[in-house]
Design a protein around this ligand. Structure first.
Ligand SMILES: NC(=O)C1=CN([C@@H]2O[C@H](COP(=O)(O)OP(=O)(O)OC[C@H]3O[C@@H](n4cnc5c(N)ncnc54)[C@H](O)[C@@H]3O)[C@@H](O)[C@H]2O)[C@@H](O)CC1
Ligand SMILES: [K+]
Length: 457
């Protein structure tokens, strides 16, 4: 079983193309199904630890995987039953069912089992699940001590993570060959439980990946405060938000953090405070300008944003500044960090999955787009996308976005690729949240950033 970190995320079309390539290279559909089903059976056997398994099989090839897994479990001497609600509709699934020698129970009457293997629908599900099937699945998932989904949980839309049935989450999802958007995008991701990928020897590639821990380096002996990165945070109407951003930048390894504008009393002494001036932004030692947290939307805010856009330094644009940006582009690197409401206000309604939306927004704006949420998607105009799937929901408190802008600012000021800076910043932010535990506030989050960084050295 493989963890998701860093793996390419593939759509159904890409997965089918990879399968077609494997077939062109000599594999067969039945052979691929045998690989998938047997790999599933092996993991289920380990996880079930001797308890009886009920395999529920659907009409497509996901169901086919289920019949193969059931037969493999039976051969291994494991106690296993099979239930289905409809005949196989593909030749491969039909052949797999023909090799299952046990009884087949009607789904609606299937007795509960301690372990449920959901092989009802995989990536082929395109419409809402029937109420009767949903009800049966709900009963069996809720009645099992352990529920495991083959490829994706039944009742999710693989390509965009939409929900196609109101069902409880499973405990484990065994993704075949590669993670799919449903494993990382909400609301489907929360239905998956722990996701692990099974290698079915189908080669997949792609420019959309699951986030992975950044590989950071320690400062070299010659390092000094400017070489480590100077972050200029532009303050405004609400000084607390800019103070959080500046603190987060300082705790993310920036060499020098400058807060331009009014500051709070309890700002750490290491953060240098100055009155706002356009000249300070233009200093060529400034590695990143962060503007937006607590900026306000009045004339003073507009003037400060105009100065930031004109200063020629790499930019992180967040919060209020996103509203004032009004479609303007800059020549240099620019990272924008909208949540869903800000994203729609900036780019209008873009169709498709959150991955496609973020990519389209990056392409249109020429900026790195960090589309925030429980599933944060970071997209570059050149097509690279990283999805940060598992930020703790405890992050949903005031000020955590200000912290994120500061972390990204510090990574941007450290030099290197702005897309990597944004992706690394999002990962460090989520890791700090994991370290902070439950019910933290944004100030606590900033305090956990140094340990998060330590985990990446
Ligand atoms: N692509 C690959 O490389 C591999 C795919 N395999 C399996 O194949 C699966 C995809 O198989 P399929 O494309 O056959 O799709 P699925 O098995 O996901 O199901 C689609 C079937 O359900 C029907 N259906 C769709 N929505 C329905 C609804 N709401 N109510 C009732 N019926 C509905 C469709 O008409 C179709 O017959 C994967 O998830 C995976 O489990 C594996 O067998 C091996 C390799
Ligand atoms: K499934």
């Amino acid at each position: 079983m493989i963890r998701l970190d860093g793996l390419p995320i593939v759509t159904t079309e890409q997965m089918r193309a990879a399968e077609a390539q494997a077939i062109a290279a000599g594999a067969t559909v039945d052979g691929l199904m045998a690989r998938a089903g047997e790999a599933v059976a092996e993991q289920v056997r380990r996880l079930a630890a001797g308890a009886e398994v009920l395999v529920v099989c659907g009409p497509g090839n996901n169901g086919g995987d289920g019949y193969v897994a059931a037969a493999a479990l039976k051969r291994a001497g494991h106690s296993v039953r099979v239930a289905c609600f409809s005949e196989p509709r593909t030749a491969a699934a039909g052949a797999a069912r023909a090799r299952w020698t046990g009884a087949i129970e009607p789904l609606s009457e299937a007795m509960l089992a301690p372990v449920l293997l959901d092989a009802m629908f995989g990536v082929g599900l395109t419409r809402e699940l029937d109420k009767g099937v949903t009800g049966s699945l709900r009963r069996l998932i809720e009645g099992a001590r352990l529920s495991i989904a083959v490829d994706v949980p039944s009742g999710v839309s693989s390509d965009d993570g939409a929900s196609l049935a109101d069902l409880p989450p499973v405990d484990v999802t065994l993704a075949l060959g590669a993670p799919k958007p449903a494993h990382v995008l909400q609301p489907a991701a929360q239905r998956c439980g722990a996701v692990r990928v099974l290698d079915i020897r189908v080669a997949v590639e792609g420019s959309v990946r699951v986030a992975a821990a950044p590989r950071l380096t320690r400062p070299v002996p010659e390092a000094h405060k400017y070489s480590r990165g100077l972050v200029a945070v532009v303050g405004g109407a609400m000084p607390g938000a800019a103070a959080l951003t500046a603190t987060a930048a300082a705790r993310s390894g920036a060499g020098y953090v400058l807060l331009l504008g009014s500051a709070t009393d309890r700002l750490p002494h290491a953060i240098v405070r100055r009155r706002f001036s356009a000249e300070a932004l233009g200093d060529e030692r400034v590695g990143a300008v962060v503007i937006g947290p607590g900026l306000g939307r009045e004339d003073q805010a507009k003037g400060r944003l105009d100065a930031a856009l004109a200063c020629g330094r790499p930019l992180v644009i967040d919060g209020d500044a996103l509203h004032l940006l009004d479609g303007r582009k800059v020549d240099g690197p620019m990272i924008v960090t909208p949540h869903a409401g800000e994203f729609t206000a900036m780019f209008g309604e873009i169709g498709g999955s959150k991955i496609e939306q973020a990519h389209e927004a990056a392409r249109r704006s020429g900026a790195i787009v960090v589309f925030k949420g429980a599933d944060t998607v970071i997209a570059a105009p050149d097509g690279r996308v990283v999805v940060q799937p598992d930020g703790p929901a405890w992050l949903s408190t005031a000020g955590t976005g200000d912290v994120l802008a500061g972390v990204i600012g510090a990574r941007l000021a450290a030099g290197g690729d702005p897309f990597e800076a944004a992706a690394d910043g999002a990962w460090l932010h989520a890791e700090a949240a994991r370290l902070a535990g439950p019910a933290f506030m944004a100030d606590d989050l900033a305090a956990h950033l140094p340990v998060a960084i330590g985990r990446c050295l």
